[in-house]
Write a protein that binds this ligand. Structure first.
Ligand code: NAD
Ligand code: WQD
Length: 337
């Protein structure tokens, strides 16, 4: 019996493969390598001493999915595959709807054909839209303000409608906050193409000398130091949350939205300072205007994950910074040697 991991060669997917293998699960990956490299999976095998069965295919290709379901005894699916850059989604909305929505529909159609009705979906805190109250709880109203966020919001609705039509399904909608960090081996980590959109990869690329200075997007937010506050979560904690979510969907039916965050808010300045302290490397910065669409504060109420899954984040910001740096300094060009 195996777990199918879509998008398993990517950042969160590769770390989740490690934790799934460590927990004793067999793992099958489908990834079109659109935003990743198969080298990540070789390194997953190196870290765990176990094998990953890999299909380089697109999740929108139903025949490719059927082949995977025929060749493997799949018990449940973790669905990471998708495009994730907010700015790009504003410029290329159809590409985002085409990929994220179509691949989910193809996947659940083929899962239904093979009577596999257990799915853990990568949702995002982005579905809380412009919520003004923190911490965010799962029962707050959801919405979305950009095409990327809308794909996550729509997919949550698609999976809810599916569950309502057939109560044999078990669906976990995992709403991630801000994943950062890397495996402690330094062998796998985040490998963004081009200039990073997100704060931590930007900081680490400044530290390694690939970028000149950090651009802090606004210091006039309604926060203690004026910079944006987010809930950074170590990717290994996030990966372990997926193991717990798979355990959970395997033994239940139902649909649950679950926040995966630490519950702690950390500002841009605090994260930069923690990185400098943890690594001893300077990260020069300049304060720029706000980035449109950014909120003052976003952090989770993480109590539902604890209650339902028995999961809480354990690693702190210092470990997030140290592990990011071990990966970035050991692999300045990511998986490209
Ligand atoms: P990633 O880009 O590193 O991983 C996604 C993987 O999916 C990549 O390996 C890519 O090649 C693959 N992929 C994309 N479209 C595909 C398709 N049609 N068929 C097969 N493979 C395909 O991104 P990540 O950071 O690991 O994110 C994983 C998931 O988590 C995504 O769905 C993302 O939207 C979601 N998420 C990420 C964050 C974050 O900050 N990283 C936050 C919240 C939610
Ligand atoms: C964090 C803070 C910025 C970059 C995004 C997506 C969200 C989710 C996670 C997928 C903010 C500031 C950033 C920089 C900066 N992804 N910043 N300089 O925006 O919270 O969330 O990733 O679902 O949907 O929107 O993360 O890392 O981009 O920004 O000052 O170069 O850092 O303003 O306050 P964000 P982020």
């Amino acid at each position: 019996m195996a777990i199918l991991v879509t998008g398993g060669a990517g950042y969160i997917g590769s770390h989740t493969c490690v934790e799934m293998l460590n927990a004793g699960y067999e793992v099958v990956v489908i990834d079109n390598l659109d935003n990743s490299s198969s080298e990540s999976l070789k390194r997953v095998e190196k870290i765990t001493g176990k094998t990953v069965k890999f299909y380089k295919e697109d999740v929108r290709d139903k025949d490719a999915l059927r082949k995977i379901f025929k060749e493997n005894k799949i018990e449940a699916v973790i669905h990471f595959a998708g495009l994730k850059a907010v700015g790009e989604s504003v410029r290329e909305p159809i590409m985002y709807y085409n990929n994220n929505i179509q691949n989910t529909i193809a996947l659940v159609e083929v899962m239904t054909e093979f009577n596999v009705k257990k799915i853990v979906f990568s949702s995002s805190a982005t579905v809380y839209g412009e919520a003004k109250v923190v911490p965010l709880t799962e029962d707050m109203p959801t919405s979305a303000i950009n095409p990327y966020g809308k794909t996550k919001w729509f997919i949550e609705h698609i999976l809810s409608d599916l569950y309502n039509s057939d109560n044999e399904w078990s669906v976990a909608l995992l709403r991630y906050f801000n994943p950062i960090g890397a495996h402690k081996s330094g062998l796998i980590g985040e490998d963004p193409k081009g200039i990073p959109n997100n704060l931590m990869p930007y900081i680490s690329q400044v530290a390694v000398g690939k970028l000149q200075k950090l651009h802090v997007f606004g210091d006039d937010y309604n926060t203690p130091d004026g910079t944006g506050v987010r809930d950074y979560i170590h990717v290994i904690d996030l990966a372990k949350g997926h193991v717990k979510a798979v355990d959970y969907v395997l033994k239940t039916t139902g649909l649950e939205a679950i926040n995966l965050g630490t519950g702690n808010g950390v500002s841009v300045f605090e994260l930069r300072d923690a990185f400098v302290k943890a690594t001893g490397v300077e990260v020069p910065f300049v304060v720029d205007p706000r980035r449109p669409g950014d909120a003052d504060e976003v952090y989770a109420d993480a109590s539902k994950a604890k209650k339902l899954l028995g999961w809480t984040a354990e690693l702190d910001v210092k470990q997030m910074c140290e592990d990011t740096w071990r990966w970035q300094s050991g692999n300045p060009n990511g998986y490209e040697q």
